[in-house]
Design a protein around this ligand. Structure first.
Ligand code: ATP
Length: 456
């Protein structure tokens, strides 16, 4: 895990928040490569949900909502709280379920840090409070949302009517959520400000089981299609005592992280918990009326609730490879450990590297910069002229760049460049006039060696 964390810092994926002040409370900032990669994950999810399904629409609701929403949703009461214990000696705080298995015989666990005695467990609410309004004394207290889906429930009727939808249909949303987690650890796996990608599927109660099953399979396939290894993914039926307060049934999609299995996404059957509670509390009847049968009912909701930061971490862990001695047989590389980030073509932050063979030949540099300008509007590109060509290839492999374009002396004569494939390290010669289309085909998954003249 330490290797991933240091790669993220060194190569501009993730930085600790407010680092010059010593960091802040398990918050992280995504750097230039991190934001590209995160955007690619979001795009892949959005395309899968909205473009590949006929009856799912998007939404972007505000983070701040009336506190009444959180009262009705059960988040301000016992439902959304963890059991917290504090060490009487070192005063560190822990989530009880992380240091003691409630079903095991272990009673009175000791502090995992210093072995000291712990206090009795008490409920700790995870909602983050904030004040809204210009005068502090008169300001309304509300909360930063702890899940994005409440914004979807608030807009259920607006979306239904404005888009003239019929059940079954879904509303999908990506956005920030906040939880005052008791213990934060494992890098961006458990943080206090994170991003969720949630889809709420509204259906007839009699069809809820069928759709629960459908979404469970669909979502697992999505992770497999992003190139995550099958052996590192599993579905886990969540037992009743561990389920969230709103769920009738939950299955988690888990990834085998270096620190153990951890949840990437929860598929929940929320029943009619949300719409019936919001109807009761707001006085607004949110039941659906079937125009044909005239049946009036609260739709059941099947939810797919994934975390972008956790997907990001899982994808990085899964793609990360270390090759002792390096993949090339040059004497220098033999001593080194080579890092290869075998990211999926859709997810890799940089698609193309543009490299002049050497940097001290102005005509070569000029040509390479022309190629860079040509490709830059179409792909995320990086221009690099520092160091030997071998080192530059390795720098690109380390961040998962799909292909590298090298301009050499021959380029000045034949207007062709060398393209190198990240995974096979094979090379082809391609004319600059067809370069953009060739790279497009590479990104679409066409066979690399067939796209140009192979170089031995
Ligand atoms: P956990 O049991 O790990 O605390 P959870 O069951 O509380 O997670 P959900 O409420 O089901 O999580 O949230 C849905 C998704 O949101 C999770 O699968 C995860 O990907 C993401 N998520 C939740 N909490 C965090 C967090 N603190 N940091 C990063 N991602 C999170």
């Amino acid at each position: 895990m330490q290797k991933i964390i240091s790669l993220c810092k060194r190569r501009g994926f993730v930085f600790p928040s407010s680092e010059i002040y010593g960091g802040f409370s398990s918050c992280y900032d995504f750097g230039p490569l991190g934001v590209e990669m995160k955007n690619n994950i979001k795009k892949a999810w959005w395309e899968e949900m909205i473009r590949n399904h006929e009856n799912i629409v998007g939404l972007d609701a505000a983070i701040l909502m009336s506190p009444k929403v959180w009262q009705a949703s059960g988040h301000l009461t016992a439902g959304f709280a963890d059991l917290l214990v504090e060490c009487k000696s070192c005063h560190k705080r822990f989530r009880l379920d992380e240091i003691a298995n409630p079903k095991s015989e272990i009673r009175n666990p000791k502090c995992p840090e210093c072995g000291g005695q712990l206090t009795e467990p008490r409920k700790f609410n995870l909602m983050m409070k904030t004040l809204v309004g210009p005068v502090e004394e008169e300001a309304a207290t509300t909360y930063l949302r702890a899940e994005t889906c409440q914004g979807i429930f608030m807009n259920y009727e607006n979306v239904l009517n404005s888009m003239r939808l019929k059940i079954p249909f879904g509303i999908a949303q990506i956005g920030k959520s906040f939880r005052n987690e008791i213990t934060t650890k494992n890098f961006v796996f458990r943080i206090r400000e994170f991003e969720q990608m949630e889809m709420e599927w509204f259906c007839h109660p009699k069809e809820a089981e069928k759709y629960f099953d459908y979404w469970k399979k669909e979502r697992l396939n999505w992770y497999l299609n992003l190139g995550i290894k099958k052996d590192n993914l599993r579905l886990r039926e969540v037992p009743k005592e561990e389920r969230p307060h709103y769920a009738k049934e939950t299955v988690d999609i888990e990834y085998k992280f270096p620190f153990g299995w951890g949840e990437l996404e929860a598929i929940n059957n929320r029943g009619d918990f949300d719409l019936s509670n919001h109807s009761k509390n707001s006085g607004k009847d949110l039941r659906y009326v079937d125009e044909q049968t005239k049946e009036r009912y609260f739709p059941y909701i099947i939810e797919t609730s994934g975390g972008i930061d956790r997907s990001f971490l899982a994808i990085l862990c899964d793609a990360h490879q270390e090759i002792k001695g390096g993949r090339t047989k040059t004497t220098k590389a033999v001593k080194e450990i080579e890092v290869l980030l075998k990211l999926d073509k859709k997810i890799a932050p940089i698609k193309v590297a543009i490299l002049p063979l050497v940097k001290n030949k102005p005509e070569l540099v000029k040509k390479a910069r022309e190629v860079y300008q040509l490709l830059k509007p179409h792909f995320v590109c990086q221009y690099d002229e520092l160091g030997s060509i071998g080192r530059r290839y390795r720098r690109m492999d380390e961040v998962g760049t799909i292909t590298s374009v090298t301009c050499d002396f021959q380029t000045l004569e034949d207007n062709a460049v060398t393209l190198r494939d990240r995974d096979s390290m094979k090379q082809i010669r391609v004319e600059i006039s067809t370069l953009k289309d060739t790279i497009q085909k590479i990104l679409e998954g066409e066979e690399f060696l067939k796209l140009g003249k192979p170089i031995k």
